[in-house]
Design a protein around this ligand. Structure first.
Ligand SMILES: NC(=O)c1ccc[n+]([C@@H]2O[C@H](COP(=O)([O-])OP(=O)(O)OC[C@H]3O[C@@H](n4cnc5c(N)ncnc54)[C@H](OP(=O)(O)O)[C@@H]3O)[C@@H](O)[C@H]2O)c1
Length: 328
């Protein structure tokens, strides 16, 4: 296949607000061993992109400096040692960076088939959130059917996936969100109780239910103590971000007395092998749920690639419900 030398992309010109995202021209990347080159149809927009843009989440040394952690598109070239994918295959993929562009390379093992019937814009919104939720809620948090699960930021990209996955696996789901409209979205997705945190305190609500077995938290700050209070015996708190800061004075005695676990992870710095293992789990356990429509992609809005700064401004306004994607 004849490929161009250069491509359209969006780069971070300097650390700062959404306005530092600018269209640019870059060389088309070349896939190395075990990698594929994807012609991008849509790119997903995620909070970590905004952190990278602001200068507080540096890409790993081997990754593209361009933002963009997930895409949908078509394989247009393969590097040596790629058996699974061929030119012309439609895929969605977790990318190490570089998704805000016409072409991106990623390890072949981090691409997945498009679930049956899913349009390309929705397929671009899958990988970052499903990889993160699966590895933190199921693998790390050990959530099983019948347990009580609390997710904060229930209407976020992450939250909409976490609610549906936990519900589909038979857990009782509780979610917090910042408005009545967002709470309604959470209950529609399977939360039995959505808590508007501006009006209600989640701690007594969870305690009255016997406590949460697993909490997925992205807020931190004073939520750290309140989460620990909300956990059931043997409960697990899984931290994936600290929107209100990572520091808090904590009395650790309850960890011992109630056998609590505090854990957490970030996806991006993990090894290629670790991500490939998550992809295998997702294809086996979650992709059938997406193909059958049991788990849906909650879409907020689509912007043209060149309007990435507007997409970031919307995400940081927190007015959105679900996912924002860029049409490339
Ligand atoms: N560890 C990892 O590997 C990993 C991977 C992906 C994402 N993440 C993190 O997961 C979080 C969600 O990501 P996303 O892409 O789904 O983002 P998103 O859609 O923008 O969601 C962020 C949510 O957080 C809530 N929020 C924002 N500021 C807040 C604050 N100061 N206090 C309390 N809640 C606040 C907002 O909901 P309300 O309006 O209801 O407050 C919003 O829905 C982000 O923090 C992101 O960095 C972590």
């Amino acid at each position: 296949m004849d490929l161009p030398q250069t491509m359209r992309a969006v780069e971070i010109t300097e650390p700062g607000g959404p306005e530092v995202l600018r269209p640019c021209e870059r060389p088309v990347p070349v896939p190395g061993a075990g990698q594929i080159l994807i012609k991008v149809a849509y790119a997903g927009v995620n909070r970590p992109d905004a952190l990278q843009r602001a200068g507080s989440y540096a890409p790993p040394p081997t990754a593209s400096d361009l933002p963009g952690l997930e895409v949908s598109g078509t394989v247009v070239a393969t590097g040596p040692d790629v058996a699974r994918w061929s030119v012309g295959d439609a895929v969605c993929a977790l990318t190490p960076g570089g998704g805000y562009a016409e072409y991106v390379v990623c390890p072949a093992a981090h691409a997945l088939p498009i679930p049956d019937g899913l349009p390309m814009d929705q397929a671009a919104a899958l990988c970052e959130n499903h990889y993160t939720v699966w590895s933190n809620v199921v693998t790390r948090g050990g959530l099983v059917g019948g347990e009580r699960f609390l997710v904060h930021g229930g209407s976020s990209g992450i939250g909409t996936v976490a609610i549906q996955l936990a519900h589909a696996r038979g857990a009782r789901v509780f979610a917090t969100a910042g408005s009545a409209e967002k709470c309604a979205a959470c209950t529609e997705l399977g939360a039995e109780r959505a808590i508007n945190y501006r009006e209600e305190d989640f701690v007594p609500i969870l305690k009255a239910e016997g406590g949460a077995d697993v909490i997925l938290d992205m807020v931190g700050g004073d939520y750290i103590l309140r989460n620990l209070k909300s956990l059931a015996e043997d409960g697990r708190l899984v931290q994936i971000a600290f929107l209100q800061g990572p520091k808090m004075a904590v009395n650790f005695a309850p960890l011992m007395m109630r056998r609590l676990t505090i854990t957490g992870s970030t996806l991006r710095p993990q090894s290629d092998l670790a991500k490939a293992r998550i992809a295998e789990d997702l294809e086996r356990e979650v992709w059938p749920l997406l193909s059958s429509g049991r788990i849906k992609v909650v879409m907020d809005s689509t912007y043209d690639l060149e309007k990435a700064s507007e997409a970031h401004a919307r995400m940081e306004s927190s007015a959105h419900i679900g996912k924002i994607v860029l049409a490339v």
